[in-house]
Design a protein around this ligand. Structure first.
Ligand code: HEM
Length: 211
């Protein structure tokens, strides 16, 4: 429809570039964040249980539900009520920003800024989803303080999409399974790339929920 209005600008090549841009910008960034999120949930089993409990409370179904019935409940309205999981994903992005450094006019050290006690207080290195919640409601910080999705005119345009995708997949997995690391002593380290990859991947056990 747009190409009928702007014949010169809206070419197939333009559409191809937009589609590729979304794939390159959206795939590894969300995939990597998801990996670190599950790492944090395995290292903090109580937080994993709180997330699973929120899924049960908001969706109103548990592991006994039929999967198709469960997925039908994952509406935008239900996703918006998931304050705890939103806080836990944001806390993951603070400590493990998928894009650890942005280099445009000057270098912007996203990874370092997410861990500075000067910015986040004494417990900056700890994984605490609660720091994002007030009376159970997610309270965002200024994007110039929480810089993992960049800020200002170049802020990530896929951020709501990324949260939506990550919520849907983790809500479904955590409703039906409990996750544990195959090697519970594993301390993850980084593989230096454009995005913040984990060295050696993350072998996990998925244990079907009975409670
Ligand atoms: C957790 C996942 C994500 C993270 C951490 C993330 C992070 C970022 C960051 C830091 C930037 C700024 C990069 C720069 O200016 O050098 C950015 C830009 C961008 N992101 Fe994301 N992103 C995520 C997911 C997505 C998704 C799912 C999409 C698309 C569906 C997307 C599309 C884009 C695009 C198109 C830009 C360029 C915006 C512009 O320059 O105007 N991102 N993202």
């Amino acid at each position: 429809m747009e190409s009928e209005k702007e014949l010169e600008e809206m070419t197939d090549m333009y559409l191809r570039d937009i589609a590729l841009n979304f794939m390159f910008a959206g795939k590894d960034s969300s995939g990597t964040t998801f990996l670190w999120f599950f790492y944090m949930l395995c290292k903090n089993p109580l937080i994993q249980e709180k997330v699973a409990q929120e899924v049960r409370d908001v969706v109103g179904l548990n592991h006994k539900a039929n999967i198709d019935e469960f997925v039908a409940y994952l509406t935008d309205a239900a996703l918006e009520k998931m304050h705890y999981i939103h806080a836990a994903l944001t806390e993951t992005l603070r400590l493990y920003p998928a894009v650890p450094v942005v280099m445009e006019c000057s270098t912007w050290p996203i990874y370092a800024m997410g861990r500075m006690p000067y910015i986040w207080g004494e417990y900056a290195e700890d994984f605490r989803p609660e720091r994002w919640l007030q009376n159970g409601i997610f309270l965002p910080e200024s994007s110039f303080k929480f810089v993992s999705l960049h800020a200002g005119p170049r802020i990530c345009i896929g951020k709501d999409f990324a949260y939506g995708q990550m919520k849907i997949v983790s809500m479904t997995l955590l409703c039906y399974f409990r996750f544990k690391l195959v090697d519970e002593t594993k301390i993850a380290t980084y593989r230096t790339m454009f995005t913040l990859h984990m060295d050696g991947g993350l072998p996990m056990r998925a244990i079907p929920r009975t409670t």
